[in-house]
Ligand binder design. Structure first.
Ligand code: ATP
Length: 252
């Protein structure tokens, strides 16, 4: 039986000016599930995340979030000014002071306690992303949103990061909604995968999605998928589900 819906998008379309980026997308995120959005460059993944969390207005359709929903957001990257001294502890205090007691539990979960006095700019890529994850957890989120949070990490670093995310989900029982290009990593860590290319091409459990013709057309039959993703030329249509392919041109 499905649990309660935390966020629901119904027939959502988003355009930037006259350019349509999302067309008639419907989607629901349920309590405790890990959902990954995959798709080629420019297919609207970040746009969809931003619309779902309310950071971007939709052109048509509707997005409903559970009243009072707490969302923790881990961005793709964050620029820290190199000339500005900023310790990890100070970073946690932005935009408002966090007392040590509130911080302790989160530091243990994400194993960044030993980094508190370090400068943000001196952290490794993996440490930096774990600090961002810890910061997102401070609001005790019911939904954790990750937008390509492991960009720049090597395969082992990103696998460790996603294991950490899974552990956090298991402990906090929060839902996780993420965008990733690392199909081989996220496919194993997700309950459900949405394959997006301006519209929802297919969705379902990872093993179901990876055997769909739409998915294979996008990512190739290679289980790693990553290279095919960047080489993708979207020339298939979706007659079986009544969608005309109106997705953006994403020649990589
Ligand atoms: N603020 C904006 N104004 C105009 N166009 C935008 C804006 N943001 C994104 N776009 C365009 O919308 C399309 C979808 O962008 P989006 O970032 O959602 O895709 P994506 O799937 O997340 O891409 P990537 O995998 O490269 O990160 C792209 O063509 C992009 O150039």
């Amino acid at each position: 039986m499905r649990t309660e819906k935390l966020i629901e998008a119904s027939h959502v379309s988003v355009s930037y000016g006259t350019v349509s980026v999302l067309d008639n997308v419907s989607f629901a995120l349920h309590k405790s599930e890990i959902v990954t959005i995959v798709g080629p460059n420019g297919s609207g993944k970040s746009t969809m995340l931003r619309a779902l969390i309310g950071a971007l207005p939709v052109t048509s359709g509707e997005i409903n979030r559970m009243p009072g929903l707490r969302i923790g957001y881990v961005p793709q990257r964050l620029h820290i000014e190199r000339t500005l001294p900023m310790s990890v502890r100070r970073f946690f205090d932005l935009p408002r002071r966090i007392d040590d007691k509130a911080l302790t539990g989160v530091l243990e979960k994400v194993q960044v306690g030993h980094l508190l006095e370090r400068q943000m700019i001196d952290l490794s890529g993996g440490q930096f992303q774990r600090v961002l994850l810890a910061r997102a957890l401070l609001s005790k989120p019911q939904v954790l949103v990750l937008d390509e949070a492991t960009q720049g990490l090597d395969q082992q670093g990103s696998a460790e990061f996603y294991q950490q995310v899974e552990a956090v989900r298991n402990e906090l029982d929060c839902a996780v909604l993420m965008v990733s290009h690392e199909l081989h990593v996220v496919m194993s860590a997700s309950d459900r995968v949405i394959c997006l290319n301006g519209h929802v091409c297919c969705e379902g459990a990872p093993d179901v999605v990876s055997s769909q013709p739409e998915y294979r057309a996008l990512f190739g039959t290679d289980t790693k998928g990553t290279l095919a993703l960047y080489r993708h030329e979207h020339d298939h249509t979706h007659d079986h589900c009544g969608h005309e392919d109106v997705g953006p041109d994403v020649n990589g």
